[in-house]
Design a protein around this ligand. Structure first.
Ligand SMILES: *[C@@H]1O[C@H](CO)[C@@H](O)[C@H](O)[C@H]1NC(C)=O
Ligand SMILES: *[C@@H]1O[C@H](CO)[C@@H](O)[C@H](O)[C@H]1NC(C)=O
Length: 228
């Protein structure tokens, strides 16, 4: 009896250990890696390629390294999509290097759209500063979760899922986004598909369209490429 009991305890312990081992890699990819120091202000002049930016000498780091004024002014929305996303990612704001966080400012002209896109490395939460936005994301089983946001509303786009924001008010709109990666990555699906020189046979088959239709989409997407 006692031997049976301790054998099952050993089995359960082993099973828990194996489960823990299996979960380890999932924990590691759940967000940006934890920093190994208080801060690592990116040294934008260092050409060494690492996962992130090389740290500036901490002795030379000043308070202003943790400040970014690039979101103070609206982006120019005078483009075919009527939108402009100003990023405060590690490349623009080296102070956030290794800290697993970033921001962006979304400006919309009347009717402006940030087209369907994904951030492979971050969940995004947006706060509507001005105007009304029709926003949504699509889950991996093609369910659409969409709603209209008004000034003061917050909405979250789960990591990696396709999402969009459309200005549905009478004037301009502005939102601020926070993302849980220093470098969320942005893939605008229309651009990724039709402005990346994918062989047209692949696109024709994927979309069930002829060569002419694909070429037409390619030319319009190129003209509307909102990537700065
Ligand atoms: C977004 O705004 C910035 C700043 O005004 C401008 O330099 C950039 O060209 C704009 N991007 C687009 C796609 O219009
Ligand atoms: C997708 O998932 C949602 C939430 O679990 C569920 O309500 C819906 O029926 C699913 N749709 C499909 C097409 O499986």
């Amino acid at each position: 009896m006692a031997r049976n009991f301790s054998a099952s305890v050993r089995r359960v312990t082993l099973a828990l250990f194996v489960l823990q081992l299996a979960l380890l890699p999932m924990m590691a990819i759940a967000s940006d890696a934890d920093p190994e120091q208080d801060f690592c202000v990116g040294d934008s002049n260092n050409p060494t390629i690492v996962n992130g930016l090389v740290c500036k000498n901490p002795a030379e780091v000043k308070a202003n390294d943790f400040k970014f004024s690039g979101l103070a002014t609206p982006g120019n929305t005078n483009n075919p999509l009527g939108s402009n996303v100003t990023a405060a990612f590690a490349a623009e704001f080296p102070g956030i290097n290794t800290l697993g966080i970033s921001m962006a400012r979304l400006d919309f002209a009347k009717g402006g759209l940030v087209p369907p896109h994904t951030h492979p490395r971050a969940t995004e939460i947006i706060f509507v500063v001005e105007g009304s936005l029709f926003v949504g994301f699509v889950s991996t089983n093609e369910t659409l979760y969409a709603t209209t946001l008004h000034k003061g509303d917050v909405f979250v786009f789960p990591r990696g899922l396709l999402h969009f924001e459309l200005n549905v008010c009478d004037g301009t709109a502005t939102a601020i986004a926070a993302l849980n990666s220093q470098n969320p990555g942005t893939q605008i699906q229309a651009v990724a598909l039709f402005n990346s020189k994918i062989n047209e046979v692949v696109l024709e088959k994927a979309f069930g369209l002829g060569e002419k239709a694909i070429q037409h989409i390619e030319s319009t997407v190129e003209a509307a490429n909102p990537v700065n």
